[in-house]
Write a protein that binds this ligand. Sequence first.
Ligand code: FAD
Length: 471
Amino acid sequence: MKLLDPKPEIMARQRKIIEGLRALLPQRAIIADHISLKPYETDGLSAYRQMPLAVVLPEDESQVVAIMKFCAAEGVRVIPRGAGTSLSGGALPLADAIVVGMMRMNRILEINYADRYAVVQPGVTNIAITKAVEEQKFFYAPDPSSQLACMIGGNVAMNSGGAHCLKYGVTANNLLGLRLVTLTGDVLEIGGKHADAAGYDWLGLITGSEGQLGIFSEITVRILASPEGARAMLVGFSANEIAGACVDAIISSGIIPVALEFMDRPAIHACEAFAHAGYPLDAEALLIIEVEGSEAEQTEMLGRIREICERFHPVSLRVSETAEESAAIWKGRKGAFGAVGRISPDYLCMDGTIPTSRLAEVLRRIGEMSASYGLQVANIFHAGDGNLHPLIMFDANNPESFGKAEAFGADILRLCVEAGGCLTGEHGVGIEKRDLMPTQFSAAELAQMRRVKSAFDPDWLLNPAKVFPLC
Ligand SMILES: Cc1cc2nc3c(=O)[nH]c(=O)nc-3n(C[C@H](O)[C@H](O)[C@H](O)COP(=O)(O)OP(=O)(O)OC[C@H]3O[C@@H](n4cnc5c(N)ncnc54)[C@H](O)[C@@H]3O)c2cc1C
């Protein structure tokens, strides 16, 4: 076995930790050789890489308990990991940490249609929940674009969202309960199988905790009855600002479509080349607006939305007529990150939220920043809830280009806060936004949050060096 670090004291510590883990877990649960560790050195924020000491892959809750007790006793840092799709570096290892990969805990344990919940292990993928219940005409609502890969444990840790969260809310709104393994090896039952659990709102505290308070070993989510049908509308505009103003008009009219997505010109072209979804190539900005319900409800809502869109003189407007057409529209949108990956060697996917009333102005300012940094940006985002995802294109082989991309991204996030929004929409803080936290929170607020973490993890062993600014 090739150990990671040639320094004798680190090699000795690594050997001791691996030996300790071997005494607790089956051989197949431990990865310690250089080649097999390689896939774990990064996550969706692939500009950052760091090999861990080792990776462990528990197969049940008792193994998670054993790992946590061992790490607490030995002072070993722990990085929980789902599928590793975090775009903020949430699952990025540290050199002196072990990664606890939850992918082997991937069973659906219980489905209850009468009380509308599913109990699953944390390594179940997001899409697998809907797949398991769709025959009975149910679904799990939060739908991150990464839903084929990302796991429900990661979704809870990041409080993930998706295109259809405008109507159904994000993970926090669709979560009923979980089992949390703490560093002391205790298993806490938080929430339950029904809404409004007794006591403190611990579920609210744990959701979005980015692997810093404990490891989820079981998760209970709400499942919903599928709508009768859904239809998507594609509306092209001659400028980003006009599309932004149209989003504001739709939302402020009180209509809640099930999804309201935005793409600018670079995104439209990249996605069309990728998915052949029939996106209008003469538009500067495109809205995908989806409504659902009975035929009559869809027709009524589409009529009201069309009326609002027409006030903004769209350059094109098309309503999908078939399920296949709707699927193609979503294939384009859900493949957007991959599509931009085909036109740029690298990109940073930013994630901030603003009030929808500020969309037009913020998009204009992002355009100005793009010109002054000399870096192209594609805007693809969940416009209905003001969740921006500017994709900043750069070349990672050029350190100057990467530095500029990070500075541009930080400026966008500062702009979100300045516009009355928030540093994170749905991707969490991770390492990406860690140092920007003081733009959103006061010193007293950050100190109180640190005290909450310390209450669960007094020695800061759980996913440290994330979320909180280092200085
Ligand atoms: C192409 C692409 C598209 C994306 N689209 C979206 C989108 O539309 N919406 C969205 O919200 N996000 C999106 N993401 C981001 C990402 O998929 C989400 O943050 C997702 O929830 C991460 O899940 P994961 O299983 O990959 O977790 P990981 O990346 O492995 O981990 C994420 C965080 O969760 C913690 N964690 C993981 N499992 C556990 C556990 N069992 N217990 C405690 N902590 C745990 C980790 O420590 C880490 O802090 C996208 C990412 C990609 C690459």
